[in-house]
Design a protein around this ligand. Sequence first.
Ligand code: NDP
Ligand code: 8X3
Length: 249
Amino acid sequence: MKKQALVTGATSGIGRATALRLSVVGYDIIATGRRADRLAELKASIEAQGGACRTLCFDIRSEEECKKFLEPIEQVDLLVNNAGLAAGLEHIDQGSTADWDAMIDTNVKGLLYVTRIISPKMVAAGHGHIINLGSIAGTEPYENGAVYCASKHAVHAISQSMRADLLSHNIKVSEIRPGMVETEFSLVRFHGDQQKADKTYVGVEPLTGDDIAETIAWIVQLPAHMNVNDIVLMPAQQAGAYYTYRKTK
Ligand code: NDP
Ligand code: 8X3
């Protein structure tokens, strides 16, 4: 059987680009997300480039659904814990608790549910690689972002602990921590307000999903004795959460 890569949140942005790229470097893809039409389109695109793709349409916030869809998978060589979101951008006194629940339930609990089901399969197989999508928000808390930043701080902590936990089982754990990547991320953060989403990228050439996918493809093709523990990827015009150089002309 070819190497199997499970990519969560593959209906858009970084996850979609990663699924397409991993298929080119020799993986069969198991793609997840909640939007069935997007999963079908991804599967067709992967097959059109000569690859293979299975799709699993479910919500990773539900432990029951995670178990139902993921427990039957027999082999996973690479897990990309990518599904996630920011919802809202407000001061703490004005934030929406529904947004907070969505971020914590997806970015933290969903990632844990998936990992709890897949990591024992890797332990049993005696090898594996888990790549978690963190963020610069995982080390740089910024105004209006308390809960998103907290969720990515959690991903940063979980990544470091699980790397230690899985070390003796020949399972690598890598964390990708990007700055600004133009995907559907801002559209989701601003609850579908395209104008607000577009303002995020004014005067900046952001990273793309393909940029992150290329980095993931490089990491997974490194020799067996090498691991990238943690990589921070930024647009050249962004130095950190608070430092972005915008060209106004
Ligand atoms: P997108 O909004 O383009 O993609 C997010 C993906 O996550 C979609 O495929 C979406 O699928 C999936 N997803 C969200 N909620 C759920 C859920 N409850 N169950 C299953 N799947 C879910 O954003 P990005 O590609 O930018 O984001 C991918 C990851 O990268 C996230 O973890 C994000 O925090 C991180 N990141 C993004 C950065 C950026 O600037 N864009 C920078 C740093 C990190 P569907 O809606 O179909 O369920
Ligand atoms: C996404 C990047 O700067 O909006 O994680 O937190 S940022």
